[in-house]
Design a protein around this ligand. Structure first.
Ligand SMILES: *[C@@H]1O[C@H](CO)[C@@H](O)[C@H](O)[C@H]1NC(C)=O
Length: 291
């Protein structure tokens, strides 16, 4: 019976590890607030609240949207948009936007504008119009340690030259990712990603990872290095560009299968013996503790 428990623990561990293995969606990347604040109980406050609620709602069926909540006075008008990473499924997009909105509320209480970028989505709102305006100002620039082990050049050039609002690329252990907000035209997105990639290439070329976030787009790359970070492995599942991930998935499958088989056999034996309830409760307890 001790063996069964160990295998159950192992199975739980494997499930836990495999869920960790895909990049987190809700990880905080950056946030910012405007200096200008609004007074409580003004039309802007209620319009902003309804704007934020509508953004979260919209994220249940669309990866991008912009909204304007009109008001009888110009000072009451609220503008906002969100953009989910192009590879997120809809439920993940909505929960990410909800998380970003609540994060913005904590970070920017009573400021007129705010922006929050999580790994999986971006949310921005303000009392001045900004939707449809390209913004290449640098918001965040971060490079990993300069180990010089990985050559990200090819992946970065690929990101800059492939078209589209959401771009992924990979070569060996280097993975790249670029995303524009949906309000940019194709040409503006190209220009914005080009600028982000140019900065990555000049500043983070020999690093284990690099992040450049501009106002309306970003480009990032990551590697298998010590401080490298892999991005959403699920996003690459259909591209089979990483043998390691496939092997890992197969091993998980095999381990889980063996564990299930042994648990099932032990269960059969327990039925035959018709006792040992305590063991069963112990197993449930462990499951609860681990959830
Ligand atoms: C903003 O949203 C409206 C309505 O959904 C859409 O028609 C328009 O193209 C969007 N504008 C931009 C710049 O994305």
């Amino acid at each position: 019976m001790g063996v069964t428990l160990s295998l159950l623990l192992l199975a739980l561990m494997v499930v836990y590890l495999s869920s960790c293995y895909s990049a987190p969606i809700d990880t905080f990347v950056y946030g910012g607030c405007t200096q200008q604040r609004y007074n409580p109980s003004t039309p802007y406050e209620s319009n902003l609240n309804s704007l934020l609620g509508s953004l979260v709602n919209s994220a249940t069926f669309s990866a991008y949207n912009n909204l304007t909540v009109l008001s009888s006075t110009q000072s009451g008008v609220a503008y906002g948009l969100y953009q989910c990473r192009g590879d997120l499924a809809m439920p993940d997009c909505a929960s990410c936007v909800a998380r970003a909105v609540s994060r913005a509320g904590e970070l920017c209480p009573a400021t007129c504008g705010g922006a929050v970028q999580l790994d999986g989505c971006f949310v921005k709102y303000d009392n001045v119009a900004f939707v449809g305006v390209e913004d290449k100002s640098v918001v965040l620039r971060k490079c990993g340690s300069h180990s010089g082990v990985y050559d990200s050049e090819a992946v970065l050039v690929g990101l800059a030259s492939s078209g589209g609002n959401f771009r992924v690329g990979g070569s060996g252990q280097v993975k790249g990712l670029a995303q524009c907000t949906g309000d940019l035209s194709a040409a503006e997105c190209q220009d914005c990603v080009g600028e982000a990639v140019r900065r990555l290439r000049s500043d983070c070329a020999a690093s284990d990872y690099g992040d450049v976030f501009l106002g309306k787009c970003y480009a990032r790359f990551s590697t298998g290095g010590a401080h490298g970070r892999y991005y959403n492995s699920k996003a690459h599942a259909g591209r089979s560009d990483n043998e390691g991930e496939k092997t890992f998935a197969i091993i998980i499958g095999l381990l889980a299968g063996v564990a299930l088989l042994i648990i099932f056999l032990a269960f059969l034996r327990r039925i035959c013996e018709g006792q040992e309830h305590k063991q069963e409760f112990d197993a449930y307890k462990i499951k609860d503790d681990n959830n």
